[in-house]
Design a protein around this ligand. Structure first.
Ligand code: KG4
Ligand code: ZN
Length: 363
Protein backbone atom coordinates (compact mmCIF):
# COMPACT_ATOMS: atom_id res chain seq x y z
CA UNK A 1 0.00 0.00 0.00
CA UNK A 2 1.67 3.23 -1.06
CA UNK A 3 -0.12 6.26 0.37
CA UNK A 4 -0.24 9.43 -1.75
CA UNK A 5 2.34 12.00 -0.67
CA UNK A 6 1.11 14.07 2.27
CA UNK A 7 -1.85 11.79 2.94
CA UNK A 8 -2.05 9.65 6.02
CA UNK A 9 -1.90 5.96 5.12
CA UNK A 10 -5.34 4.41 5.53
CA UNK A 11 -5.49 1.68 8.12
CA UNK A 12 -5.01 -1.78 6.63
CA UNK A 13 -8.07 -3.67 5.44
CA UNK A 14 -7.98 -7.22 6.83
CA UNK A 15 -10.11 -10.15 5.72
CA UNK A 16 -10.88 -12.77 8.40
CA UNK A 17 -11.96 -16.35 7.71
CA UNK A 18 -13.37 -18.60 10.43
CA UNK A 19 -14.23 -22.28 9.91
CA UNK A 20 -13.23 -23.97 13.19
CA UNK A 21 -16.64 -25.43 14.02
CA UNK A 22 -20.08 -25.05 12.44
CA UNK A 23 -20.09 -21.37 11.41
CA UNK A 24 -18.51 -20.26 8.14
CA UNK A 25 -17.55 -16.69 9.00
CA UNK A 26 -16.08 -14.04 6.72
CA UNK A 27 -15.41 -10.65 8.28
CA UNK A 28 -13.63 -7.51 7.21
CA UNK A 29 -12.04 -4.99 9.52
CA UNK A 30 -10.24 -1.73 8.74
CA UNK A 31 -8.01 -0.95 11.72
CA UNK A 32 -10.52 -1.41 14.54
CA UNK A 33 -13.61 -0.66 12.45
CA UNK A 34 -15.89 -3.53 11.52
CA UNK A 35 -16.97 -3.33 7.87
CA UNK A 36 -18.84 -6.60 7.52
CA UNK A 37 -19.50 -9.83 9.40
CA UNK A 38 -21.01 -12.44 7.04
CA UNK A 39 -21.95 -15.83 8.47
CA UNK A 40 -23.37 -19.07 7.09
CA UNK A 41 -24.23 -21.61 9.77
CA UNK A 42 -24.58 -25.38 9.33
CA UNK A 43 -26.20 -25.72 12.76
CA UNK A 44 -29.49 -26.99 11.28
CA UNK A 45 -27.65 -29.90 9.64
CA UNK A 46 -26.25 -30.99 13.02
CA UNK A 47 -29.37 -30.46 15.13
CA UNK A 48 -30.84 -33.91 14.53
CA UNK A 49 -27.59 -35.55 15.71
CA UNK A 50 -27.60 -33.51 18.92
CA UNK A 51 -24.05 -32.21 18.32
CA UNK A 52 -21.69 -30.98 15.60
CA UNK A 53 -20.75 -33.79 13.17
CA UNK A 54 -17.22 -32.99 11.92
CA UNK A 55 -17.65 -34.36 8.37
CA UNK A 56 -20.95 -32.56 7.91
CA UNK A 57 -19.34 -29.32 9.14
CA UNK A 58 -16.37 -29.64 6.72
CA UNK A 59 -18.64 -30.19 3.71
CA UNK A 60 -20.86 -27.28 4.72
CA UNK A 61 -17.78 -24.99 4.95
CA UNK A 62 -16.72 -26.10 1.45
CA UNK A 63 -20.11 -25.19 0.05
CA UNK A 64 -20.57 -21.96 1.99
CA UNK A 65 -17.14 -20.36 1.85
CA UNK A 66 -17.14 -18.77 -1.61
CA UNK A 67 -20.76 -17.51 -1.43
CA UNK A 68 -20.10 -16.07 2.05
CA UNK A 69 -16.93 -14.37 0.82
CA UNK A 70 -18.87 -12.88 -2.12
CA UNK A 71 -21.62 -11.67 0.20
CA UNK A 72 -19.05 -10.06 2.52
CA UNK A 73 -17.39 -8.21 -0.39
CA UNK A 74 -20.77 -7.02 -1.70
CA UNK A 75 -21.99 -5.83 1.68
CA UNK A 76 -18.74 -4.01 2.45
CA UNK A 77 -18.50 -2.58 -1.06
CA UNK A 78 -14.94 -3.93 -1.25
CA UNK A 79 -13.15 -5.91 -3.97
CA UNK A 80 -10.67 -8.65 -3.09
CA UNK A 81 -7.90 -6.57 -4.68
CA UNK A 82 -8.35 -3.89 -1.98
CA UNK A 83 -7.59 -6.30 0.89
CA UNK A 84 -4.22 -5.68 2.58
CA UNK A 85 -3.91 -8.89 4.63
CA UNK A 86 -5.72 -12.16 5.24
CA UNK A 87 -6.26 -13.77 8.63
CA UNK A 88 -7.63 -17.26 9.15
CA UNK A 89 -8.37 -19.43 12.17
CA UNK A 90 -5.52 -21.95 12.25
CA UNK A 91 -6.80 -23.62 15.46
CA UNK A 92 -8.03 -24.89 17.79
CA UNK A 93 -11.11 -26.58 16.33
CA UNK A 94 -12.26 -29.49 14.19
CA UNK A 95 -9.34 -30.54 11.97
CA UNK A 96 -11.33 -31.04 8.75
CA UNK A 97 -13.29 -27.83 9.25
CA UNK A 98 -10.10 -25.83 9.92
CA UNK A 99 -8.48 -27.23 6.75
CA UNK A 100 -11.21 -25.71 4.57
CA UNK A 101 -10.65 -22.18 5.87
CA UNK A 102 -6.87 -22.50 5.96
CA UNK A 103 -6.74 -23.82 2.38
CA UNK A 104 -9.03 -21.03 1.15
CA UNK A 105 -6.99 -18.37 2.94
CA UNK A 106 -3.73 -19.71 1.48
CA UNK A 107 -5.24 -19.69 -2.02
CA UNK A 108 -6.37 -16.08 -1.57
CA UNK A 109 -3.00 -15.02 -0.15
CA UNK A 110 -1.16 -16.51 -3.13
CA UNK A 111 -3.63 -15.21 -5.73
CA UNK A 112 -3.72 -11.69 -4.28
CA UNK A 113 -0.07 -11.67 -3.18
CA UNK A 114 -0.99 -10.52 0.34
CA UNK A 115 0.38 -11.50 3.76
CA UNK A 116 -1.34 -14.36 5.57
CA UNK A 117 -1.86 -14.64 9.34
CA UNK A 118 -2.88 -17.99 10.85
CA UNK A 119 -4.50 -17.00 14.14
CA UNK A 120 -5.76 -18.59 17.33
CA UNK A 121 -9.54 -18.82 17.58
CA UNK A 122 -9.48 -18.25 21.34
CA UNK A 123 -7.39 -15.09 21.06
CA UNK A 124 -9.92 -13.99 18.43
CA UNK A 125 -12.73 -14.26 21.02
CA UNK A 126 -10.73 -11.79 23.13
CA UNK A 127 -9.57 -9.44 20.36
CA UNK A 128 -13.06 -9.02 18.85
CA UNK A 129 -14.02 -6.68 21.67
CA UNK A 130 -11.80 -3.90 20.27
CA UNK A 131 -14.41 -3.54 17.50
CA UNK A 132 -16.97 -2.48 20.08
CA UNK A 133 -15.14 -1.02 23.03
CA UNK A 134 -11.81 0.19 21.61
CA UNK A 135 -8.25 -0.81 22.59
CA UNK A 136 -7.89 -3.48 25.27
CA UNK A 137 -6.48 -2.38 28.62
CA UNK A 138 -3.09 -4.00 29.14
CA UNK A 139 -3.19 -6.24 31.04
CA UNK A 140 -6.75 -7.48 31.13
CA UNK A 141 -8.25 -10.62 32.67
CA UNK A 142 -10.24 -12.61 30.10
CA UNK A 143 -12.90 -15.18 30.91
CA UNK A 144 -13.26 -17.27 27.78
CA UNK A 145 -16.33 -19.48 27.74
CA UNK A 146 -17.35 -21.36 24.61
CA UNK A 147 -18.57 -24.75 23.44
CA UNK A 148 -15.06 -26.20 23.45
CA UNK A 149 -13.18 -24.12 26.04
CA UNK A 150 -13.52 -22.46 29.41
CA UNK A 151 -10.47 -20.56 30.62
CA UNK A 152 -9.39 -17.70 32.77
CA UNK A 153 -6.53 -15.83 31.13
CA UNK A 154 -4.17 -13.05 32.07
CA UNK A 155 -3.69 -11.07 28.87
CA UNK A 156 -0.83 -8.56 29.07
CA UNK A 157 -0.91 -8.15 25.25
CA UNK A 158 -3.35 -10.01 22.99
CA UNK A 159 -0.88 -9.83 20.08
CA UNK A 160 2.01 -11.41 21.98
CA UNK A 161 1.35 -12.59 25.48
CA UNK A 162 -1.60 -14.66 26.75
CA UNK A 163 -1.13 -16.54 30.03
CA UNK A 164 -3.56 -19.20 31.27
CA UNK A 165 -4.54 -18.92 34.95
CA UNK A 166 -6.93 -21.87 34.86
CA UNK A 167 -9.33 -23.82 32.69
CA UNK A 168 -12.00 -26.48 32.87
CA UNK A 169 -10.83 -29.87 34.03
CA UNK A 170 -13.73 -31.64 32.26
CA UNK A 171 -16.64 -30.13 30.29
CA UNK A 172 -16.56 -26.64 28.80
CA UNK A 173 -19.28 -24.25 30.00
CA UNK A 174 -21.04 -24.29 26.60
CA UNK A 175 -20.85 -28.07 26.52
CA UNK A 176 -22.57 -28.18 29.92
CA UNK A 177 -25.34 -25.87 28.61
CA UNK A 178 -25.78 -28.10 25.55
CA UNK A 179 -25.86 -31.35 27.56
CA UNK A 180 -28.29 -30.02 30.17
CA UNK A 181 -30.51 -28.63 27.41
CA UNK A 182 -30.65 -32.11 25.91
CA UNK A 183 -31.64 -33.58 29.29
CA UNK A 184 -34.46 -31.05 29.42
CA UNK A 185 -35.63 -31.91 25.91
CA UNK A 186 -34.46 -28.62 24.38
CA UNK A 187 -32.99 -28.44 20.83
CA UNK A 188 -29.26 -28.24 19.93
CA UNK A 189 -27.33 -26.05 20.49
CA UNK A 190 -28.91 -25.75 23.90
CA UNK A 191 -27.25 -22.64 25.37
CA UNK A 192 -29.59 -20.08 23.80
CA UNK A 193 -32.64 -22.25 24.65
CA UNK A 194 -31.65 -22.61 28.31
CA UNK A 195 -31.09 -18.85 28.42
CA UNK A 196 -34.54 -18.15 26.93
CA UNK A 197 -36.44 -20.64 29.07
CA UNK A 198 -34.65 -19.71 32.31
CA UNK A 199 -36.16 -16.23 32.15
CA UNK A 200 -39.45 -17.71 33.45
CA UNK A 201 -37.78 -19.98 36.02
CA UNK A 202 -36.75 -19.66 39.67
CA UNK A 203 -32.94 -19.77 39.97
CA UNK A 204 -33.28 -20.77 43.65
CA UNK A 205 -35.59 -23.74 42.96
CA UNK A 206 -32.68 -26.22 43.20
CA UNK A 207 -29.28 -25.45 44.69
CA UNK A 208 -27.01 -27.29 42.26
CA UNK A 209 -23.31 -27.84 43.15
CA UNK A 210 -20.73 -25.13 42.44
CA UNK A 211 -17.77 -27.17 41.13
CA UNK A 212 -14.25 -26.54 42.49
CA UNK A 213 -15.30 -23.83 44.96
CA UNK A 214 -14.81 -25.63 48.29
CA UNK A 215 -11.87 -24.70 50.49
CA UNK A 216 -9.60 -27.53 49.40
CA UNK A 217 -10.49 -27.24 45.72
CA UNK A 218 -9.79 -23.52 45.87
CA UNK A 219 -6.25 -24.35 46.97
CA UNK A 220 -5.57 -26.83 44.17
CA UNK A 221 -7.85 -25.51 41.44
CA UNK A 222 -8.20 -21.82 42.27
CA UNK A 223 -8.96 -20.67 38.73
CA UNK A 224 -10.06 -23.98 37.23
CA UNK A 225 -13.63 -24.98 36.48
CA UNK A 226 -15.55 -28.27 36.54
CA UNK A 227 -19.04 -28.63 35.07
CA UNK A 228 -19.32 -32.38 34.70
CA UNK A 229 -20.56 -32.94 38.29
CA UNK A 230 -23.13 -30.20 37.82
CA UNK A 231 -24.44 -31.85 34.66
CA UNK A 232 -24.71 -35.19 36.54
CA UNK A 233 -26.50 -33.48 39.45
CA UNK A 234 -29.08 -32.03 37.03
CA UNK A 235 -29.53 -35.48 35.41
CA UNK A 236 -30.07 -37.13 38.83
CA UNK A 237 -32.52 -34.45 39.90
CA UNK A 238 -34.54 -34.82 36.69
CA UNK A 239 -34.50 -38.65 37.00
CA UNK A 240 -35.64 -38.57 40.64
CA UNK A 241 -38.46 -36.14 39.85
CA UNK A 242 -39.65 -38.25 36.92
CA UNK A 243 -39.41 -41.45 39.01
CA UNK A 244 -41.77 -39.88 41.57
CA UNK A 245 -44.24 -39.36 38.73
CA UNK A 246 -43.87 -35.58 39.00
CA UNK A 247 -43.59 -33.12 36.14
CA UNK A 248 -40.08 -31.67 35.67
CA UNK A 249 -40.25 -27.88 36.11
CA UNK A 250 -38.07 -27.21 33.05
CA UNK A 251 -37.81 -23.43 33.47
CA UNK A 252 -36.87 -23.74 37.17
CA UNK A 253 -34.23 -26.40 36.45
CA UNK A 254 -32.80 -24.36 33.57
CA UNK A 255 -32.63 -21.24 35.75
CA UNK A 256 -31.08 -23.12 38.69
CA UNK A 257 -28.47 -24.75 36.45
CA UNK A 258 -27.66 -21.45 34.76
CA UNK A 259 -27.30 -19.79 38.17
CA UNK A 260 -24.77 -22.42 39.26
CA UNK A 261 -22.66 -21.97 36.10
CA UNK A 262 -22.72 -18.18 36.08
CA UNK A 263 -22.13 -17.95 39.84
CA UNK A 264 -18.87 -19.93 39.60
CA UNK A 265 -17.68 -18.21 36.41
CA UNK A 266 -18.16 -14.70 37.77
CA UNK A 267 -16.83 -15.50 41.26
CA UNK A 268 -13.58 -16.94 39.93
CA UNK A 269 -13.17 -14.22 37.30
CA UNK A 270 -13.48 -11.48 39.91
CA UNK A 271 -11.12 -13.33 42.26
CA UNK A 272 -8.59 -13.48 39.40
CA UNK A 273 -8.91 -9.72 38.84
CA UNK A 274 -8.42 -9.06 42.57
CA UNK A 275 -5.47 -11.39 43.06
CA UNK A 276 -3.69 -10.34 39.87
CA UNK A 277 -4.34 -6.66 40.67
CA UNK A 278 -6.06 -6.17 37.30
CA UNK A 279 -9.19 -3.99 37.38
CA UNK A 280 -10.39 -4.96 33.88
CA UNK A 281 -12.38 -8.06 32.96
CA UNK A 282 -13.38 -9.14 29.47
CA UNK A 283 -15.80 -12.00 28.85
CA UNK A 284 -15.80 -13.68 25.44
CA UNK A 285 -16.90 -16.83 23.60
CA UNK A 286 -20.37 -18.18 22.84
CA UNK A 287 -21.48 -18.47 26.48
CA UNK A 288 -20.74 -14.75 26.94
CA UNK A 289 -23.97 -14.23 24.97
CA UNK A 290 -25.86 -15.61 28.01
CA UNK A 291 -28.11 -12.95 29.51
CA UNK A 292 -27.69 -14.11 33.13
CA UNK A 293 -23.89 -14.27 32.83
CA UNK A 294 -23.88 -10.73 31.43
CA UNK A 295 -26.20 -9.40 34.15
CA UNK A 296 -24.47 -11.16 37.07
CA UNK A 297 -21.01 -10.16 35.82
CA UNK A 298 -22.16 -6.53 35.46
CA UNK A 299 -23.55 -6.49 39.00
CA UNK A 300 -20.58 -8.22 40.66
CA UNK A 301 -18.00 -6.19 38.72
CA UNK A 302 -19.70 -2.98 39.75
CA UNK A 303 -19.69 -4.08 43.39
CA UNK A 304 -15.98 -4.99 43.12
CA UNK A 305 -14.92 -1.82 41.25
CA UNK A 306 -13.92 -3.81 38.16
CA UNK A 307 -14.47 -2.49 34.63
CA UNK A 308 -16.32 -5.08 32.55
CA UNK A 309 -16.27 -5.50 28.77
CA UNK A 310 -18.48 -8.00 26.97
CA UNK A 311 -18.98 -7.86 23.19
CA UNK A 312 -22.54 -7.78 21.89
CA UNK A 313 -24.01 -11.32 21.68
CA UNK A 314 -23.49 -11.61 17.89
CA UNK A 315 -19.77 -11.05 18.33
CA UNK A 316 -19.51 -13.55 21.24
CA UNK A 317 -20.49 -16.60 19.17
CA UNK A 318 -18.13 -17.71 16.37
CA UNK A 319 -17.75 -15.24 13.50
CA UNK A 320 -15.26 -13.99 10.90
CA UNK A 321 -15.04 -10.48 12.38
CA UNK A 322 -13.14 -11.80 15.41
CA UNK A 323 -10.49 -13.32 13.14
CA UNK A 324 -10.21 -10.12 11.10
CA UNK A 325 -10.01 -8.07 14.32
CA UNK A 326 -7.14 -10.18 15.65
CA UNK A 327 -5.43 -10.12 12.24
CA UNK A 328 -5.69 -6.32 12.08
CA UNK A 329 -4.28 -6.13 15.61
CA UNK A 330 -1.30 -8.31 14.64
CA UNK A 331 -0.65 -6.15 11.55
CA UNK A 332 -0.80 -2.98 13.68
CA UNK A 333 1.55 -4.55 16.27
CA UNK A 334 4.13 -5.27 13.56
CA UNK A 335 3.92 -9.05 13.97
CA UNK A 336 5.42 -11.03 11.06
CA UNK A 337 2.94 -12.90 8.83
CA UNK A 338 2.74 -16.69 9.04
CA UNK A 339 4.53 -18.95 6.57
CA UNK A 340 2.41 -20.01 3.59
CA UNK A 341 2.69 -23.64 4.67
CA UNK A 342 1.13 -22.94 8.07
CA UNK A 343 -0.68 -25.98 9.46
CA UNK A 344 -4.26 -26.25 10.67
CA UNK A 345 -3.67 -27.16 14.32
CA UNK A 346 -6.77 -28.63 15.96
CA UNK A 347 -5.19 -28.40 19.42
CA UNK A 348 -3.40 -25.04 19.09
CA UNK A 349 -2.61 -23.89 22.66
CA UNK A 350 -4.19 -20.68 23.90
CA UNK A 351 -0.71 -19.25 24.54
CA UNK A 352 0.07 -19.33 20.81
CA UNK A 353 -1.61 -16.25 19.30
CA UNK A 354 -0.61 -16.91 15.69
CA UNK A 355 0.93 -19.64 13.57
CA UNK A 356 4.34 -18.00 13.45
CA UNK A 357 4.64 -17.55 17.20
CA UNK A 358 5.17 -21.14 18.37
CA UNK A 359 8.67 -20.49 19.59
CA UNK A 360 8.35 -16.77 20.25
CA UNK A 361 8.50 -15.76 23.89
CA UNK A 362 6.70 -12.76 25.29
CA UNK A 363 8.88 -9.68 25.92
O1 KG4 B 1 -17.81 -19.65 20.81
P1 KG4 B 1 -18.84 -20.55 20.22
O2 KG4 B 1 -19.81 -19.97 19.22
O3 KG4 B 1 -18.18 -21.81 19.56
C1 KG4 B 1 -17.05 -22.41 20.10
O4 KG4 B 1 -15.94 -21.86 19.91
O5 KG4 B 1 -17.26 -23.44 20.81
O6 KG4 B 1 -19.66 -21.17 21.46
C2 KG4 B 1 -20.72 -22.04 21.25
C3 KG4 B 1 -21.30 -22.40 22.61
C4 KG4 B 1 -22.39 -23.47 22.51
O7 KG4 B 1 -22.15 -24.44 23.50
C5 KG4 B 1 -23.67 -22.70 22.78
O8 KG4 B 1 -24.69 -23.48 23.38
C6 KG4 B 1 -23.17 -21.63 23.72
O9 KG4 B 1 -21.92 -21.23 23.19
N1 KG4 B 1 -24.08 -20.46 23.75
C7 KG4 B 1 -24.75 -20.09 24.86
C8 KG4 B 1 -25.56 -18.99 24.47
N2 KG4 B 1 -25.33 -18.73 23.14
C9 KG4 B 1 -24.42 -19.65 22.72
N3 KG4 B 1 -24.74 -20.58 26.11
C10 KG4 B 1 -25.54 -19.99 27.01
N4 KG4 B 1 -26.35 -18.94 26.72
C11 KG4 B 1 -26.39 -18.41 25.49
N5 KG4 B 1 -27.19 -17.38 25.21
ZN1 ZN C 1 -15.55 -20.02 19.53
Amino acid sequence: MTPARGLRSPEPLVLGIETSCDETGVGMVRGTTLLVDAIASSVEAHARYGGVVPEVASRAHLEALVPTLRRACDQAGVTLAEIDAIAVTAGPGLAGALFVGVAAAKALAVALDKPLYGVNHLAGHVAVDVLEHGPLPQPTIALLVSGGHSSLLLVPDVARDIRPLGSTIDDAAGEAFDKVARLLGLPFPGGPHVDRIAVDGDPAHVTFPRGLTSGRDMERHRFDFSFSGLKTAVARWVEATTARGERVPVADVAASFQEAVTDVLTRKAILACREQGVPDLLIGGGVAANSRLRALAAQRCEDAGIRLRVPRPGLCTDNGAMVAALGAHLVAAGIDPSPLDLPADSSMPVTQVDSASAGRTAP
